[in-house]
Design a protein around this ligand. Structure first.
Ligand SMILES: Cc1cc2nc3c(=O)[nH]c(=O)nc-3n(C[C@H](O)[C@H](O)[C@H](O)COP(=O)(O)O)c2cc1C
Length: 348
């Protein structure tokens, strides 16, 4: 099977066809800059933004929608349940100049679903239709929709909702293979992505556990999707999108060293300095990113625990510096460095 390397949303070419997922509390401006500096993302997305807050002019919502002048294409994601408010929010956001507006129909959060937003819309196809129609009528730029495969296992209707979206003028669909009731677990089932792709003429992007080249290729092969979206895999390995894009384009794949990892993680910390009201806020965000970042690395669990327990930023940085220094030695063939460190810690 030949895997495509781009797709188009109306006249916008997404190349490479590897998309950074919208992630609340993660894909803010500094994180997206980090990914864009590394490369490989054909499209970046903001965190989801509440339509009600945008309409009321809440400063934080406008801040969340900000992007760099050279961040193009960029998609701003909005959520909500009231068609007229979603339309107004879309108008406000369109004026900020993004390439695409995306409607969230995938968020599993209780708070969002309780108000029939996010994935709860999948249970109410007529409300979903009204929202897409209202937003479509309010804007001229391309519109896409992101959803799960269904609300739960008795309601796996992504193909139906996506078809409605296409009828109402959406120009791209992303499907996370999980249902809302799977949250972030469940048994992998990408059949709804494949079914939707077969039914629709607009691009369909496959999402869910795309972490690296093999999982990306599997998504393309099993669903025939036009592109893949990478979420948690990009926090764990910010080079994941680049590596997938390189593979798709037949280019040599960049190998990552402990030195690269250290530089990027500590550089990220510098980039968020001053963005939060308190050091606690910065530390909280840094812990969250470090937690994902060290998953899958040799002895990553040891440093994760130390960072999570840190009370201050310098303390967390110290632990990470020590870890990366050991990782460098480990990569140069010193197989005992981590074991000795564990023994040393146990002897204390
Ligand atoms: C911390 C976090 C925040 C998320 N926030 C959003 C969001 O704001 N909008 C959205 O559509 N999906 C959101 N998601 C879902 C992701 O975009 C993606 O669909 C999901 O994580 C599955 O992809 P993955 O397995 O590559 O992570 C979030 C996921 C995570 C882990």
């Amino acid at each position: 099977m030949t895997v495509p390397n781009s797709y188009t949303v109306r006249d916008v070419r997404i190349f490479p066809n590897v998309v950074l997922a919208p992630m609340e509390g993660v894909t803010d401006l500094p994180f997206r800059r980090l990914i864009r500096e590394i490369g490989g993302a054909g499209l970046t997305c903001t965190e989801f933004i509440a339509s009600e807050g945008l309409k009321r002019g809440v400063g934080k919502m406008h801040e969340m929608a900000q992007f760099d002048d050279d961040e193009s294409p960029i998609s701003i994601q909005i959520y909500g349940r009231r068609p007229e408010v979603m339309a107004e929010a879309a108008r406000i956001v369109q004026d900020m100049g993004p390439t695409i507006i995306d409607i969230n129909m995938g968020c599993p959060s209780k708070k969002v679903c309780a108000h029939s937003g996010g994935s709860a819309l999948m249970k109410d196809p007529e409300l979903a239709r009204d929202i897409i129609r209202a937003v479509r009528g309010a804007i001229t730029i391309p519109l896409t929709v992101k959803m799960r495969s269904g609300f739960d296992h008795t309601n796996r209707n992504a193909d139906e909702i996506a078809y409605i979206a296409q009828e109402e003028g959406a120009e791209g669909i992303t499907i996370h293979w999980r249902t809302r009731s799977d949250l972030y677990g469940g048994e992998r089932a990408v059949d709804k992505i494949a079914e939707t792709k077969a039914k629709l003429s607009i691009p369909v992007i496959g999402n869910g556990d795309v972490l690296d080249i093999p999982s990306a290729m599997r998504m393309f092969e099993e669903t025939g999707c036009d592109g893949v979206m990478v979420g948690r895999g990009a926090i764990r390995n910010p080079w994941a999108l680049l590596q997938i894009a390189q593979h798709i384009n037949g280019q040599p794949v960049t190998e990552i060293t402990a030195t690269d990892r250290r530089r990027v993680l500590l550089g990220y910390l510098e980039s968020i300095n001053g963005r939060f009201r308190s050091e606690r806020g910065t530390l909280g965000r840094f812990k969250k990113i470090s937690n994902y970042f060290t998953k899958g690395l040799p002895y990553g669990g040891d440093v994760r625990t130390l960072v999570l327990r840190s009370q201050t930023i310098p303390e967390a940085v110290d632990h990470l510096e020590t870890y990366f220094e050991r990782l460098m030695r480990f990569e140069s063939g010193d197989n005992t460095v981590f074991r000795e460190a564990r023994d040393g810690a146990a002897a204390k």
